[in-house]
Design a protein around this ligand. Structure first.
Ligand SMILES: [Zn+2]
Ligand SMILES: [Zn+2]
Length: 377
């Protein structure tokens, strides 16, 4: 940079210019020499650096005053201010126009540039599974639609051979600022809908959006024992980011379909089995469906209705820890109905021989009511 060049001259303003005039002049020049406009021309890039350096001094009233007093005669016009420029100043130009605005608005109240890379959205997919499926780890193929960067325009949204330009209305900030007396108001730029970019020739494939929806197949590994409401995260399987931003994630929301026979409580599985009252009295081995097939359950002699029998280890493996759940079988004892004459005779014979040993609960009950009867007397 030529040392003797006047900073005001670089920005094309008189030394008496107001801060606002300096800002406006800078924006105009920065826009004019933006690499997107000049196609990366080396001379323009140097010019842009010069403009930036000049503005960095003049935008700051304190630095400007120092510059006014000491000028550029020493041949190192910015030497005295190095500390104030910060590391971001020198490194800030390579990335193009946006960096300038980061600097500019970052220091003027935190306004952000609109066209920075944007991470892609997360997606959620509800995966319906059966109770039997999730006993073991399983792999499930799923298909869903997600936004991908358009391959015809590499996600820029601009037709082949062109590129998006910085929106001239908002200078790429996506916001238009207007001053009303003491207050400064911001609203989204109408021309670029707040994106900060202006696409003169939109890509035909994506209609200028830079992204298209397409189908994606993913194989999901599901650990054993998942339950309704659990979410699995597949990092980087969400929608593509904008302008080079990272992909979002895909969340698999697990839903277990209701089962006609089983019910899950934590790691355990519950079901109900109906047996005859003679089976309950004599004991039996009955067939019980389990999550993995058929199981045999020993019903001990004298089992009461409502008893809870256990098929050990036939539940789910705990997601956290090592507990292996069980299957509980609730026993429902069925009383015989619509008896034939021989059946009735058999039961009457059985009943006539019933005593306090075979029916201890009934004996207890009779004793209780006998006591109540005595108390009343
Ligand atoms: Zn496209
Ligand atoms: Zn705009």
């Amino acid at each position: 940079m030529p040392a003797a060049k006047d900073l005001y001259e670089i920005l094309g303003v008189p030394a008496t210019a107001s801060q606002e005039e300096i800002r406006k002049a800078y924006l105009k020049l920065a826009h004019k020499y933006h690499p997107d406009k000049t196609g990366g021309d080396k001379e323009a890039e140097d010019k842009l650096k010069e403009i930036n350096a000049a503005y960095d001094v003049l935008k700051n009233p304190e630095k400007r005053q120092q510059y006014d007093r000491f000028g550029t005669a020493d041949g190192q016009p910015f030497g005295g201010f190095e500390g104030g420029f910060g590391g971001g100043f020198e490194g800030g130009f390579g990335g193009g126009f946006g960096d300038i605005f980061d600097m500019l608005f970052g220091q003027q109240g935190g306004r952000q540039r609109a066209n920075r890379p944007q991470p892609g959205h997360d997606l959620e997919y509800e995966l319906l599974l059966t109770m039997e499926e999730v006993v073991k780890p399983l792999s499930k193929k799923i298909s869903f639609a997600r936004k991908e960067n358009c391959s015809d325009c590499n996600g820029s949204g601009a037709a082949r051979g062109s590129r998006p330009e910085t929106c001239p209305d908002c200078q790429g900030t996506g916001q238009v600022r207007s001053s009303q007396g003491f207050f400064s108001m911001s609203r989204p730029c109408a021309r670029c809908s707040g994106t900060g970019l202006f696409i003169a020739k939109p890509c035909q494939t994506c209609k200028g959006k830079g992204q298209v929806r397409s189908k994606r197949d993913v194989s999901v590994n599901i650990p054993a024992g998942v339950d309704t409401g659990m979410r699995l995260r597949l990092a980087g399987e969400g929608e593509a980011g904008l302008r080079g931003g990272p992909r979002g994630d895909l969340y698999i929301r697990i839903k277990i379909a209701p089962h006609p026979f089983f019910e899950r409580v934590n790691e355990d599985v519950y079901c109900t089995a109906t047996i005859s009252f003679t089976q309950a009295a004599l004991g039996a081995t009955i067939r019980v469906p389990t999550l993995t097939g058929m199981g045999d359950l020993k019903v001990p002699p004298g089992t009461q209705s409502g008893a809870k029998l256990r098929l050990r280890g036939h539940g789910y493996l705990a997601m956290h820890g090592f507990r292996q759940g069980d299957q509980f079988v609730l026993i429902h004892v069925e009383t015989p109905q619509k008896l034939s004459r021989p059946q009735r005779e058999l039961l009457e014979k059985l009943e006539s021989q019933g005593n306090a040993k075979t029916y201890p609960k009934r004996a207890e009950y009779e004793k209780t009511i006998e006591n109540l009867r005595k108390q009343k007397k």
